[in-house]
Write a protein that binds this ligand. Structure first.
Ligand code: CP
Ligand code: NVA
Length: 310
């Protein structure tokens, strides 16, 4: 199973999930169907005797627990490896860690700071690597987001992202482009999507609209999605929070009043109440955040089965 060199793209290379477009659109749609089925009837597909390492450099509630639980439900086993558990923490290179782990486990879910490290891990791993969040992407979140959208606003509804064009936003952009979802991204000047993100989305299908005006983005939207202004491990300049505050980027009930009457309020969580979203909004009738969080379990079970089942 193990190998001493990085993998090129031969037929023997494992399939990874470093961002949403590692899957085809048909595969994303099939995973959403499979996840919805699991949600409806609790179906299981065994990954008997398979072990997946969860290599996490950052804290996690939803990603860690949904992967651990999902693996149990699939008949497999999760092995959690935190930042201080491995020789990695004492300086062993990631490429050596990848090759050693490949000899023991059947897959690796990694939550890393630097997306390039995730790519290194995937390049040196002989088993599938799943991105459990990097500074650049959070594609497992996107699968749950797409399922939640399908169940609430509908994939033909309009989505307004209100906030930082961060990892969660960027993978959502990729997923929405692939499934032709109408997305508008509102961010303060200097914190929005860059040209590369927009070009990538265009190459996959639909490019999102962009604006610095949260009210314009939210007007009549079928779903409103926000996330923290400052992500884990980020060392923002002093002006960042001020820019979001001054620009009216807190999602509150007044902002939601501009959206469609039954608009879905989404948040990947954890939320910083009082910053990107108010407590009233998060606890109000629009919020679908607990369904969204639960959908992490079903979509990741579908992904694990897709990547690992023989
Ligand atoms: N949304 C999400 O990934 O949450 P955790 O950081 O709790 O895993
Ligand atoms: N953008 C947030 C998402 C947390 C799930 C972060 O990276 O901290």
């Amino acid at each position: 199973m193990s190998t001493l060199t990085p993998h090129d793209t031969t037929d023997d290379s494992p399939a990874h999930y470093t961002d949403v477009d590692d899957l085809t659109t048909a595969e994303v749609e099939s995973l959403l169907d499979s996840a919805a089925q699991r949600r409806a009837d609790g179906s299981r597909s065994p990954l008997a005797e398979q072990t997946v390492a969860l290599l996490f450099e950052k804290p996690s509630t939803r990603t860690r627990v949904s992967f651990e639980t999902g693996l149990t439900r699939l008949g497999g086993h999760a092995q959690f490896l935190g930042p201080d558990d491995l020789q990695l923490g004492a300086g062993e290179p990631l490429r050596d860690t990848a090759r050693a782990l490949s000899g023991y486990v059947d897959g690796i879910v990694a939550r890393l700071f630097d997306h390039e490290d995730l790519e290194t891990l995937a390049a040196y791993s002989a088993v599938p690597v799943i991105n459990g969040l990097t500074d650049a992407a959070h594609p497992c979140q996107t699968l749950a987001d797409l399922l939640t959208l399908r169940e609430t606003a509908g994939l033909d509804g309009s989505v307004a992202w209100v906030g930082d064009a961060n990892n969660v936003c960027r993978s959502l952009v990729v997923g929405c482009a692939m499934l032709d979802v109408d997305l508008t991204v509102a961010s303060p000047e200097g914190y929005g999507l860059d040209a590369d993100h927009l070009d990538h989305a265009a190459s996959l299908g639909t490019e999102p609209a962009t604006t610095t005006d949260p009210e314009a983005a939210v007007a009549d939207a079928d779903a409103v999605y926000t996330d923290v202004w400052v992500s884990m491990g980020e060392d923002p300049d002093g002006d960042k929070r001020a820019a979001f505050e001054a620009g009216g980027f807190t999602v509150d009930e007044d902002l939601l009043d501009l959206a469609a009457e039954d608009a879905a309020l989404m948040h990947c969580l954890p939320a910083h109440r009082g910053e990107e979203v108010t407590d009233d909004a998060l606890e109000g009738a629009h919020a679908v955040v607990w369904r969204q969080a639960e959908n992490r379990l079903y979509t990741q079970e579908a992904l694990l089965e897709h990547l690992l089942a023989a």
